[in-house]
Structure formats: C-alpha cells, structure tokens
Design a protein around this ligand. Structure first.
Ligand code: GLU
Length: 493
C-alpha cells in the first residue's frame, strides 16, 4: 500500500487534518507500506511557508513520520500542464473562451427559462468557438480555460468506508483543469501527482467525495490505474454541527501547548470515526498499528470532545513512567515558567515523588504544572475561601492546632518517613480530641495554600522537614493576625 497525506498549507495542522494523516500513517505502518507527505501549495495566495512548518512540526510531534517527501505540489506544475494538454490533444478536454460574466448571464437565463440542469452549459457556450478557431486564438495569446469533457454514463467506485458509491455523470460539470492563467486546478494536480507517486489508496475526508468521480474520470482519461478511495466521516462539534472555531481550539498545537501527550492525541484521534470493536478506549500507538482497519471506520460523523481528550490524556499520564513524566514536567516548568521557580528544577527524589503524586490527579501537563506550583516555588498565598472555612470559623482552635503541628513535625523522627509522621499526626488528633481531618486539612492549607492537594504525607515528603515547618509557622502567624481573606504571599516560605 502507498498512502499519502496532502495538506494545503493555508493554516495550522487542525484536528481533522491530523486524523486524516493518522489514518493514512496507520494503514501504511500496518501494511508495511509507504506514507508520503505532499504539500499542496498551488494556491499561491493562501499558502505560507510558516504553515508548512506548522504542519510538519505537528506531524513530527504526533510521531507520524513520513517515508517520502515532503514533496511540493507546485514543483509538479509542468507535469500538470503536460497532462492537461494531453487531454486536449486527445479530445478529452476543450478550450473555453467564455468570460465569467457571459457564463453567469447564460446560466441565469437558463435557470429563469426553467430548462433544468445547467451542467452542460459551459460545453454549449464553448462550442460556439470551433476547435480550429480556438487553436488560432490561443496561439495569438488569448487566455482560455481548459475544461475536461465529462463523458456520458456514470462513475462508480467501491468506497473503502461507504461501500459502493455512484455518481451520474450528467450531474458533473465539465470542470476546469487548467485556469485561464495557465495554473492547474486541484482535481487535475491531485490526480497527476497521485498517479506519478503511484498512490494505491486515497484516504481523506468526506468533504472530498464529490471530487472523487471527477478524479476517477481523469485517471481513466489519462490511462492511469485508479487507486482505491476511502472517505472518512466528518468531525463534528458536541452540538452535532461541523467542527469549527466556536467549538474551541482545533489546532493540534494548542493541545500540545496544554500538555496533551502525543500518544493520547493519536489515541483520541484514532477513536474519532474508528472503533476497535470493543469498549477499549486506551490504546497505545502499537495497539493502534496492530488493530486499525478501514472496515471499522464509521460512516456517520464523529464528535470531537476536548473534555474527552483531556480525560484520555489523564489516563495516559497516569500510565506514563514517573521518570519520563518528571522530565516532561521539568521541561514545562523550566520553559513555560507559569510558576515562579525557587531554583533550577532537579529530578531529585522529592521531584519524582511530586510527579508520581500529581500524575493521577492531572489531565494535562498544564494542570500538572499548576499542581506543582506550591512545591517548586514559594507559596503565593492561601485560597481565601479555604482559609475562611478551615481557619476562620474558629481561629483559636486553628491556632492551637497549627502550633501543635509545628511541635509534632519538629518532634517526628529524622529523617522523616511516612509511617512515623502518620503516627505523630494521628496521635496529635487524639490529643486534641478531634478527627484526623481536623488536623490534616489545616495542615494541607498551611503547606499548599489550597484545600485540595495530593495526600498529606506526599506533601510533607515533597516539601521536606524545614520547609514544612516554616510553612506551618507562617500559617500560624496569619491565623493569629486574623486576616483570612489574604491571598498575600507568606513571604519566603
Ligand atoms: N489538499 C487537499 C486538502 O487539504 C487534500 C486533497 C486530497 O487529500 O486529495 O483538503
């Protein structure tokens, strides 16, 4: 099998394009075939080199390495023209000198007269100029469009997704293959390129279905083998409408920025329109390669749900080795620095423990970096709501608890270990005559500034003895000051 992904570099790599690329890549890998990347840059006004870079970077991030290319469609312009002129020479295409205004007028008149289909109107209008006269006018430099002469009959193929598909040729316009400025149109260029590259399977979005009969007709007219075609279902927003900007970010890069792992992204994209045939949702790249097939591609539209993607990403994060995850988190903290770092982050035991503690609680690396905030930098203050609730309701009791905590933490055997700390804190709760939660919760808030965090013994181990004690002391000062609405930082702790 030889497959290709043929994006137009008119924007970033979006979810739909990435899914098309993935399905082609999976088919190539599964069959031991070849995956070609072709940049369809014939639209000079809209194509941009930075979009080429964004697309190749997106594919590289997803791990969809291509075996051939990138080839640039514009480099094939001479061949495209040759193929078009061959069709003219063989009587399969004709010159059309009709101006757009003339055509629009004739079409409006035909519609008003109710003469039915106008698909052969361009042929009728062009026929007013006999071929010999057309050749002379062309030789004299008059611009013309080259139209493919659609034969009578029907065009059918066995779509790899939709099954037998058929178009009546009477519904297909004599479409332009060379514009009056001499540039090839998409349908001609794509057939010329796919034939040249000996593509065996064309797998692309449903939006191309109506192009397929035109392309099959061109293959036949050019006496080139017709590849197999498969059309993937449209991607929809959660409201069932075609995916668009108002459904949220569509750029693959924005999910990369958010800290979605490439494995999770490919896993999610694979499930957009394909099913493994079981309830399984968590599939590694290897599992996808082993199990993907077009037979299991659904015909109806697939809903893109960013929340589901984040959930799936959380599953992948939870299954990623701590060392690997720690390195990703370290890089994110060092680069993005959404967090004020105390010092360059080292992958020490505390950092690994923090990573392991945050992993099951984070859906994205961005959430993970946010969760890491209280540990890798100074405390930026206390969540005011939590402070009012946990300390403010009974400040005297809170102060008593916090001061007892300072002593208990100072008393716990050094080096700290979970068991000894737990014994110490539970003993403290008994001493104070309260449930363990009444000790853990004020402590959690003192240590992290938040009401939710990983387990308290994780938090204590990550922060270590000195910082933990300093933070409880700082919290005690705040509670004694009676200012619970403070989101002001507790300096230097
Ligand atoms: N360049 C076309 C697009 O971006 C794809 C053409 C194809 O896959 O045949 O939609």
């Amino acid at each position: 099998m030889k497959l290709r992904f043929a994006p137009s570099p008119t924007g970033y790599l979006h979810v739909g394009g990435a899914r098309t690329a993935l399905f082609n890549w999976l088919l190539a890998r599964r069959s031991g075939g070849v995956f070609l990347l072709r940049i369809e840059d014939t639209d000079r006004n809209r194509s941009r080199p930075e979009h080429v870079d964004a697309i190749t970077a997106g594919l590289a991030w997803l791990g969809l390495e291509w075996d051939e290319g990138p080839v640039f469609q514009a480099d094939g312009a001479e061949r495209h023209r040759r193929d078009a002129l061959r069709l003219l020479a063989e009587g399969r295409a004709y010159r059309d000198f009709t101006s757009q205004e003339e055509f629009a007028k004739a079409r409006d008149a035909a519609v008003a007269a109710g003469t039915g289909a106008v698909t052969r109107l361009s042929r009728e209008l062009a026929a007013r100029v006999p071929p010999e006269e057309g050749a002379e006018r062309a030789a004299a430099g008059e611009p013309f469009a080259l139209r493919f002469q659609v034969p009578d009959g029907a065009t059918a193929w066995d779509d790899l997704v939709h099954g037998p598909t058929r178009f009546d040729n009477a519904e297909i316009d004599d479409f332009v293959i060379l514009r009056s400025d001499g540039t090839p149109t998409y349908n001609l260029a794509v057939v010329s390129d796919d034939a040249e590259a000996r593509i065996t399977h064309v797998v692309r979005g449903d939006d191309h279905i109506s192009n397929t009969p035109k392309q099959i007709l061109l293959y036949e007219a050019l006496s080139r083998p017709v590849p197999a075609f498969g059309h993937l279902p449209m991607i929809l927003g959660p409201d069932g409408k075609r995916l668009s900007k108002r459904h949220g970010a569509q750029a693959v890069g924005s999910y990369q920025e958010e800290g979605v792992l490439p494995e999770a992204m490919t896993n999610y994209l694979a499930l957009l329109g394909w099913s493994p045939g079981t309830d399984e949702e968590l599939l590694s790249r290897e599992a996808l390669v082993a199990r993907f097939s077009l037979e299991r591609v659904l015909k109806k539209g697939a809903v893109f749900d960013p929340e589901k993607l984040r959930w799936l990403n959380g599953q992948h994060i939870a299954r990623t080795e701590t060392e690997v995850l720690a390195e990703l988190l370290r890089r994110r903290l060092a680069l993005g620095a959404p967090v004020a770092l105390d010092a360059p982050v080292a992958l020490d035991a505390a950092f690994l423990r923090m990573t392991a503690a945050l992993a099951p609680r984070s859906r994205t690396l961005a959430e993970m970096a946010d969760g890491a905030r209280p540990y890798v930098g100074p405390l930026s203050g206390y969540d005011p709501k939590a402070a009012r609730k946990t300390w403010g309701r009974n400040p005297d009791q809170a102060a008593k608890t916090l001061s007892a905590l300072v002593e208990a933490l100072a008393r716990a055997p050094v080096p700290w270990n979970d068991e000894a700390l737990e014994a110490e804190l539970r003993g403290l709760a008994v001493e104070l005559g309260v449930g363990a939660g009444k000790v853990f919760q004020p402590l959690r808030l003192a240590l992290t500034g938040r009401s939710a965090s990983p387990g308290i013994f994780d938090v204590l181990a990550i922060l270590g003895r000195e910082r933990s004690i300093r933070r409880v002391e700082a919290a005690l000062a705040v509670v004694r000051g009676g200012e619970f609405d403070c989101s002001a930082p507790a300096q230097g702790v």
